[in-house]
Design a protein around this ligand. Sequence first.
Ligand code: NDP
Length: 341
Amino acid sequence: MFGLIGHLTSLAHAKRVADKLGYSEYAESDLEFWCMAPPQVVDEITVTSITGQKIYGQYVESCFLPEMLAGGRVKAACRKVLNAMALAQRRGLNITALGGFSSIIFETFRLDSLRRVRNIDLEIQRFTTGNTHTAYIICQQLQLAAQRYAMDLAAATVAVVGATGDIGSAICQWLVAHTHLGKLLLIARERRRLEELQAKLKQGEICSLEEALPRADFIVWVASMSQGMALDPQVLPDPCVIIDGGYPKNIASSLQRKGLYVIDGGMVEHSLDIEWNIMQFLNVANPARQLFACFAESMLLEFEGLYTNFSWGRNLITLEKLDLIGQLSRKHGFRPLMPEA
Ligand code: NDP
């Protein structure tokens, strides 16, 4: 059995979902209550591969909310992730994806050193961040977008916001290895890590977001921001493709302008309906088939019996792993989500 550890995008979102699921105490309570709330298994899942194989899983709601980090409630945020992992392990889930901020919290606050949760010693090989599949899918979305909108990657400028992150650095690596980009712009806040990435890639220009926006034909957003930012579409070139892979989304509002194409980054579509309820609360057009690529990674590992922390640590994703997860993704009937043509 596989597991998915998820969280909602804000307190307001969490209250709406709790209300719909019948958790009235959660629906009526403030952030303080959510800081104390234990994780819950809220969904049972059945997935069928296009090979005919069927697997079963569970969705664990960690009760983490991005406001906990924004409000400095670091201990509560860490407790949410560790308790959700302990619950997944207690349930006997073989491989569980740490969705959205769960893996970011685990890495940023070095939870590796706190593996004992009450009477459970966390077995790390039971968990994956899902970041390899996410990075692979975003690269595919970028290539598909270039074809669809007839934009020549060899002449294009691609900006990666969050370039030094686990997903961002894997995307940069893949793009350098598999495409001939006109120019790659590297954006993040910490200069030292940007310089290390640039040295590793042997290319890429470090620049600020403000400098990048008017120049970038493609902008991949994979920054770990607990709240989306406002963006004025008029500063972007025409045409321009935005692939927003953040969860919560890096861009706060939906953008509309002629020649601007916005893609829901790091999302996949399955070829067959998945039996579950949880995705209907996560703002996707077709909840029976559309899901986060990180969740799909734990499904792929379960299909293959690969019970290992396939994606783990920061900046350790290799080209070989990206290729392997891509093969498994296609084999079992997942494809990158693209907007309707
Ligand atoms: P990491 O923490 O590894 O990396 C985050 C990156 O964002 C770093 O480069 C960081 O660098 C940068 N960053 C953070 N804040 C800002 C900012 N304000 N401006 C510019 N850069 C910033 O995160 P991951 O790679 O694991 O995850 C990235 C995003 O992808 C998150 O939003 C996450 O929730 C989402 N995600 C989506 C998944 C999916 O299935 N669709 C799966 C997993 C994650 P610096 O601190 O130096 O600025």
